[in-house]
Design a protein around this ligand. Structure first.
Ligand SMILES: Nc1nc2c(c(=O)[nH]1)N(C=O)[C@@H](CNc1ccc(C(=O)N[C@@H](CCC(=O)O)C(=O)O)cc1)CN2
Ligand SMILES: Nc1nc2c(ncn2[C@@H]2O[C@H](COP(=O)(O)OP(=O)(O)OP(=O)(O)O)[C@@H](O)[C@H]2O)c(=O)[nH]1
Ligand SMILES: [Mg+2]
Length: 453
C-alpha cells in the first residue's frame, strides 16, 4: 500500500503526463528532473509547474518539460504526488517511467491512484466510480451526470439516508436494551414516517438506472427491412454523411454497419443491416443471419418499409422479427406515389413515421420519436440518474429492506424486527458509499479502471 507507484496518465497527444504517488514520489521525480531555476524540485511549492530538463535512467537528456509536486495530504490520492508533463511520444514516456523505476518506484495497477484516494478517504466509492464514468463518457450529458456524481450527488444523498436510518436504529436499540420500559408509540410513528420516505426515495433512485444506463451506454438500435427499402439511405441521413453504399440493386448491404449518432440527448448506436429475404446466395444469407442476431441484441428496431411498393413476403420477415420488440415503423419513400397499405402496419406498430430518407422529409418526427419510444424524455443531468449497475442493485436491496422495516413498524412488530431490516438497508447503502463494502468488490471495481487513473 505504501510503496510508490507511477503510470502514464496521458499519451497519444503532443503532451504526455506521468503521475507518481507515494512517499517516494517527490524524491523520485526530483532525481530525474532538474529545474532550470536551479533550486531542487523537492523544494518547489505544491501545485506549481516547474520548467526544466528530464533525464533517462542513464542520466542522458530526454526532454525539456514541466514537473510538479503535490504535497500530502491535499492531493488526489492523499499521498505525496508528483507529475512529469513532457512530450507525448511513447518513447519519451517509457524512458521517463524507466528512469523512475530505477528510483524505487513501481508500475501502478489499473485504478490504483483512485483506489488509494478511496482508501485514504479522499472520496467515497460512488464518487470513485463516477471518475471512471467521466473518463469513459461518450456524450456531454453523460459527462455532466458523471461529474455531478464525482462531486457527491449520489454519495451524499445515500449518506444522508444512511445517517437517518442509523439514528433511528440507535433509538430502537435503546428500547431493546431496556425491555421493561414502555415503548413510546410515537417512536414507531416517527420510524414509519422515515422508513416510508426513505423507501420511496430508494425505489426512485434504483429505477432511474433504466434511464441512467441509456445515458451511459447509449441505445443499440438496428435498422431492418426488405432489400432496397432504403435502410442504408436512412443510416446515411441519420449520420449526415454517405457512410453506407446505396444502390438501386437489392442486396447491396451485406455486413453490419455500426455507427453512433446523437439523437436528442442520447447516443444511438445504429446498425444498418442486409435486407431480409429468402436467398440462395450464401454471402447474402450470412448477412441476413447477422441482421437477425443484431435485432435480438438491440433495444430498438427501426423497421423500414418501402411505401412505393405493396407489402410483400419480404416485409413479413420484418414484421415477424419486430413483433414483441420495441420498434418504430418507418414508411419510407414518401416522395414517391404510395402503394403500401398502412393498415397492416398499424396492427403491429404503435408508431409509424412517414419518411423520405432521400430528401430528409419526416426526419424530425423520427428523431423526436426515438427518445420517447425508449422512455427517455427530457432529463436533467445533475447526477440524479444512477448509471451504475452495482449501485442500482444495492439501492434496490436497500429499498426492499427499508420497505420490510416499514411493514414491521406499521404492524407494531417487536423493535427487533424493525432493527433487523433497517440494518440490512444500512449495510446495502454502505456498499454504495464504500463503508461496508468487501475488499474483493473494491478490487473488482478498480480493476475496471484504466492504468494511470
Ligand atoms: N495534470 C493533471 N490533471 C488532472 C488530474 C491530475 O491528477 N493531474 N486529475 C486527477 O484526477 C483530474 C483533476 N482532479 C483532481 C482532484 C483532486 C485533486 C486534489 O489535489 N485534491 C486535494 C485538494 C487540492 C486543493 O484544494 O488545491 C484534496 O482533495 O485534498 C487534484 C486533482 C483531472 N486533471
Ligand atoms: N425516391 C426515394 N428513393 C429512395 C429513398 N430511400 C432510398 N431510396 C432509393 O432506394 C434504393 C435503395 O436504397 P438503399 O438505401 O440502398 O436500400 P437498402 O434498404 O439499404 O437496400 P439493401 O442494402 O439492398 O438491403 C436506392 O436507389 C435509393 O436511392 C427515398 O426516401 N425516396
Ligand atoms: Mg443497404
Amino acid at each position: 500500500m505504501n510503496d510508490t507507484i507511477a503510470a502514464v496518465a496521458a499519451s497519444g497527444g503532443p503532451i504526455g503526463i506521468i503521475r507518481v504517488s507515494g512517499a517516494q514520489a517527490i524524491g523520485a521525480v526530483s532525481a530525474v528532473f532538474s529545474p532550470k531555476n536551479g533550486s531542487p524540485l523537492a523544494e518547489a511549492a505544491s501545485q506549481k509547474l516547474v520548467y526544466g530538463t528530464l533525464s533517462d535512467k542513464n542520466g542522458h537528456l530526454l526532454d525539456a518539460c514541466y514537473a510538479v509536486v503535490f504535497r500530502a495530504p491535499h492531493t488526489y490520492t492523499g499521498e505525496d504526488m508528483a507529475e512529469i508533463q513532457c512530450h507525448g511520444s511513447t518513447a519519451v514516456l517509457t524512458a521517463a517511467l524507466d528512469a523512475l523505476f530505477a528510483h524505487g518506484v513501481r508500475q501502478a495497477e489499473a485504478g490504483e491512484f483512485t483506489r488509494r484516494a478511496f482508501l485514504n478517504d479522499k472520496m467515497g466509492l460512488s464518487e470513485a466510480e463516477a471518475v471512471h464514468d467521466l473518463i469513459t463518457a461518450r456524450t456531454v450529458e453523460a459527462a455532466q451526470n458523471a461529474a455531478a456524481q464525482m462531486m457527491g450527488a449520489v454519495g451524499s444523498s445515500v449518506q444522508q439516508m444512511r445517517d437517518k436510518l442509523l439514528g433511528m436504529v440507535a433509538h430502537f436499540h435503546a428500547i431493546v436494551d431496556f425491555p421493561d420500559e414502555d415503548i413510546d408509540p410515537i417512536l414507531f410513528d416517527d420510524a414509519a414516517a422515515l422508513l416510508h420516505q426513505t423507501t420511496s426515495q430508494l425505489y426512485r433512485m434504483a429505477e432511474s438506472y433504466e434511464r441512467g444506463r441509456i445515458l451511459r451506454e447509449g441505445v443499440p438500435c438496428v435498422i431492418l427491412g426488405r432489400p432496397n427499402a432504403g435502410k442504408s439511405t436512412l443510416l446515411n441521413t441519420l449520420l449526415g454523411r454517405e457512410r453506407a453504399i446505396v444502390t438501386d440493386i437489392p442486396g447491396t448491404t451485406r455486413d453490419l454497419i455500426e455507427e453512433n449518432v446523437k439523437v436528442g440527448q442520447i447516443l444511438l448506436r445504429v446498425t444498418d443491416t442486409a435486407g431480409l429475404r429468402d436467398t440462395t446466395d450464401p454471402v447474402e444469407q450470412a448477412g441476413i443471419d447477422r441482421a437477425m442476431a443484431e435485432a435480438s441484441a438491440s433495444a430498438l428496431i427501426l423497421a423500414v418499409f418501402d411505401g412505393s411498393k405493396a407489402i410483400g413476403e419480404e416485409d413479413m420477415l420484418v414484421l415477424a422479427r419486430s413483433a414483441g420488440h420495441r420498434a418504430i415503423a418507418v414508411l419510407n419513400k414518401t416522395d414517391l406515389p404510395q402503394q403500401l397499405d398502412e393498415e397492416l402496419l398499424k396492427k403491429q406498430f404503435a408508431h409509424i413515421v412517414h419518411l423520405s430518407a432521400k430528401t430528409g422529409e419526416g426526419m424530425d418526427r423520427l428523431l423526436s420519436l426515438i427518445p420517447r419510444t425508449i422512455g427517455f424524455g427530457e432529463t436533467a443531468f445533475d447526477g440524479a440518474l444512477i448509471t451504475n449497475a452495482r449501485q442500482a442493485a444495492a439501492l434496490a436491496r436497500a429499498a426492499e429492506r427499508c420497505e420490510a422495516a416499514l411493514y414491521a413498524a406499521q404492524c407494531g412488530m417487536t423493535p427487533d424486527a424493525v432493527v433487523m431490516d433497517a440494518e440490512g438497508a444500512i449495510a446495502a447503502l454502505g456498499e454504495i458509499t464504500g463503508e461496508t463494502v468487501t475488499e474483493s468488490v473494491v478490487t473488482r471495481i478498480f480493476s475496471d479502471f484504466c492504468v494511470g487513473k
